[in-house]
Design a protein around this ligand. Structure first.
Ligand SMILES: O=P(O)(O)OC[C@@H](O)[C@@H](O)c1c[nH]c2ccccc12
Length: 679
């Protein structure tokens, strides 16, 4: 990370430090310890960084050290709150406990949840790699309560202010808002892990969640500060802490407060440092905080190293029996946690299989419009996961999907923003929550992108989605047998499309770029797909169902089905005769389903205007959405397009609850195409 892009957002009267000041603060910190950087695995120099430039992790840590130094020294220039003395903090911590009760112990919480995966749900306003993640008016207390009620037994609160936008006030707010036991419909069994008095399945009350302070802790002062503000535990990062200091901080936390800290490692060599320092709860950050690169395999790598030492705590449920593993009597085995990059029940299950006891999830819960159902969809209880995935075909994480049969009721999962022509708008769309980014190559469009701009868009979207390559959607779930895709309508096609909807939901967490084409030669389409690295295409012309088979272009296709807006349909709709409109919309829906083949990956419904020679798409007009509703009632999740703008999209979502929406993106300026929107 270059130093120019790593400056924090400007923030009031906070002092800015030069690189030289930051660097010397770090070396002072390291110099104060007897352990040399090399002996502690050299992480202070950063991984994969032969030039040993100051990484973001160094910068944030050093800034935190200098900020604290200023506060403790009582900076007369600053209007920031002067820091309390250590004695004051200890007195405040004692008062807090007299009022609100004792600390919860992190290891005990994780073990008592087994075999259910402990969820640490994180409150994080922004991050250095992603910018703003949540709306500015979001309250830590509200979010923490929602998390707790949905089944999180740990709430992690980012308190770092400059890069993560957090504060100690957020911490206290989260602690106080979750002070009471809460009703818990996510509580799995009568043995109610974490529950109180849950005998015989009568009571479903959970104890309050444990509150974790996430910050860049380098001193006992910050630990006392955390406790005084309501934290039960703190994060300690091996990559920035000299090994002897790490040992001192862990011991201080335990002896002074009975606190069990979460010790973060990223590389196997750091595991040894953590173990030597006496850590008992170890979190593997899948993200390298020096480079921000995400490597989901880090957790398994560390789990294997821990298992080889015979130190893994077993959280598993003995092959499916709902047996709670009892405490091991404190024989020193380690609770392993996975941190960063998770969002689905598959991620949780993956780490469950590796022996992990706690998953910490931030960004995807902060971005979720419905964190409650997002948490339920994680299937923390292994029995839930088995139930959801029974029969081999995995259903959507919303729990609403399933192989054909039954209406789709899972809510809106796919948000496509279409017509982007430059990387800045594409990033804005990603930040706003889009998971499909549409780039138009159709000739008639006023929003047509160039190959060069599409290449750039693909680059920034991949970076945002943290992947290096095209997402391979046609995977093991899909049957590569030609007969299954051979153009027969009916249930087989429907089943295939329903399974693919789940696959698309999963894959789109990494954000996909879709190229939109209309009656263009397949050689041309293939060439653009290859040159730009598109993940999918959308066929918008009269190419026909069969043309959408992924084998034609090498990537799966969204097949657009035009809903023609004729004078009659329009009268039906406006006349307000619900019954007539409904019966005609279900007839249209049935006709559409009858035409389906299993060639497309997904179906998108869009408006076309009768008699318009230019064909469907880009009309800026909405069709009768009850057609989409009928199709979904028949079991097929669809994407709805046509006349959706950021202003009216929530209306469509409330009324139809479509699986996907397609919104015209970018700047709503005249396209030079008679006012037609860009698709
Ligand atoms: O938002 P994610 O990808 O779910 O990750 C959360 C958490 O692990 C991440 O915020 C984190 C892990 N270790 C940290 C150290 C400091 C700040 C932040 C972190």
């Amino acid at each position: 990370m270059s130093s120019s892009s790593s400056a924090p957002p400007p923030d009031g009267d906070r002092p800015q430090y030069t690189d030289a000041e930051l660097s010397s603060a770090l070396w002072d910190y390291w110099g104060s310890s007897s352990s040399s950087p090399d002996a502690c695995c050299g992480h202070i120099l950063g991984y994969d960084d032969p030039n040993h430039e100051m990484s973001m992790l160094h910068r944030i840590t050093a800034t935190t050290i200098l900020d604290l130094r200023r506060r403790l020294g009582g900076d007369p220039q600053s209007s920031a709150r002067p820091a309390a003395s250590m004695d004051d903090l200890l007195e405040r911590a004692r008062r807090f406990h007299d009022l609100h009760g004792p600390l919860l112990n992190l290891r005990d919480v994780i073990i008592s949840e087994s075999p259910r995966m402990t969820l640490a749900a994180e409150f994080k306003r922004r991050s250095p790699s992603k910018g703003d993640i949540a709306p500015p008016d979001i309250r830590a207390g509200d979010q923490a309560r929602t998390y707790a009620e949905a089944g999180a037994s740990v709430i992690s609160v980012l308190t770092e202010g400059r890069w993560f936008g957090g504060s100690l006030d957020d911490l206290t707010e989260a602690r106080l808002a979750t002070a009471a036991e809460c009703d818990d419909d996510a509580c799995p069994t009568s043995s109610a892990p974490g529950g109180v008095g849950g005998v015989g399945g009568v009571s479903r009350r959970r104890r309050r969640p444990l509150i974790l302070r996430k910050d860049f802790v380098t001193s006992t002062y910050q630990i006392a500060e955390a406790v005084a503000h309501g934290a039960d535990s703190v994060l300690l990062i091996v990559a920035t802490t000299p090994s002897d200091v790490l040992g001192e901080l862990i011991t201080y936390a335990r002896v002074t407060f009975g606190m069990e800290p979460l010790v973060e490692v990223h590389a196997p060599v750091e595991l040894d440092v953590a173990l030597t320092a006496g850590a008992r709860v170890i979190g593997v950050n899948n993200r390298d905080l020096h480079t921000f690169r995400l490597d989901m395999g880090r957790t398994e790598m560390t789990a294997a190293a821990l298992a080889a030492k015979g130190l893994s705590y077993r959280h598993d449920d003995d092959d499916g029996a709902d047996v709670v593993v009892v405490d091991d009597g404190g024989d020193g085995r380690i609770c392993l946690c996975a941190l960063s990059g998770m969002s689905t029940m598959h991620d949780v299950h993956r780490y469950r299989t590796a022996g992990v006891g706690m998953c910490l999830i931030g960004e995807s819960l902060m971005r979720s419009t419905d964190p409650r159902s997002a948490i339920r969809g994680l299937c923390l209880d292994p029995a839930d996961y088995r139930r959801r995935t029974r029969g081999g075909a995995t259903t959507s994480s919303s729990g609403g999907g399933g192989v054909a049969g039954g209406a789709y009721t899972g809510g809106t999962r796919i948000v496509k923003v279409c017509g982007l022509t430059n990387p800045a708008d594409a990033i804005a769309a990603c930040r706003a929550g889009a998971n499909l980014i549409g780039v138009i190559f159709a000739e008639k469009s006023g929003r047509r992108a160039t190959v060069e701009s599409a290449i750039e868009i693909v680059r920034v979207v991949r970076e945002f989605g943290e992947r290096d390559d095209r997402v391979d959607l046609v995977d093991d779930d899909d049957d590569d047998d030609d007969r299954a895709f051979g153009g027969e309508g009916g249930t087989a096609a429907l089943s295939a499309l329903v399974v693919r909807a789940s696959a698309l939901e999963r894959a789109s967490r990494r954000l996909l770029v879709v190229g939109v084409f209309q009656n263009q030669p397949s050689d041309y389409v293939r060439d653009v797909v290859r040159r730009c690295g598109l993940d999918m295409i959308q066929l918008h012309g009269s190419e026909g169902m069969e043309a959408a088979n992924w084998k034609n272009y090498g990537v799966p296709a969204i097949r657009v089905v035009d809903i023609e807006l004729g004078a009659d349909d329009d009268r039906d709709r406006r006349g307000g005769e619900e019954g007539v409109a409904r019966s005609s919309s279900s007839k249209i829906a049935a006709a559409i389903l009858g035409r389906l083949t299993s060639d497309p990956f997904t179906i998108l419904l869009d408006t076309s205007i009768k008699g318009d020679s230019r064909g469907g798409g880009g009309t800026g007009v909405a069709f009768d959405w009850t057609i989409a509703e009928s199709i979904q009632n028949m079991g097929l999740p669809v994407i709805v397009a046509g006349g959706l703008t950021p202003d009216n999209v929530s209306d469509a979502v409330m009324r139809v609850r479509p699986w996907g929406v397609d919104v015209a993106g970018g700047v709503e300026a005249s396209t030079g195409d008679g006012g037609r929107r860009g698709r």
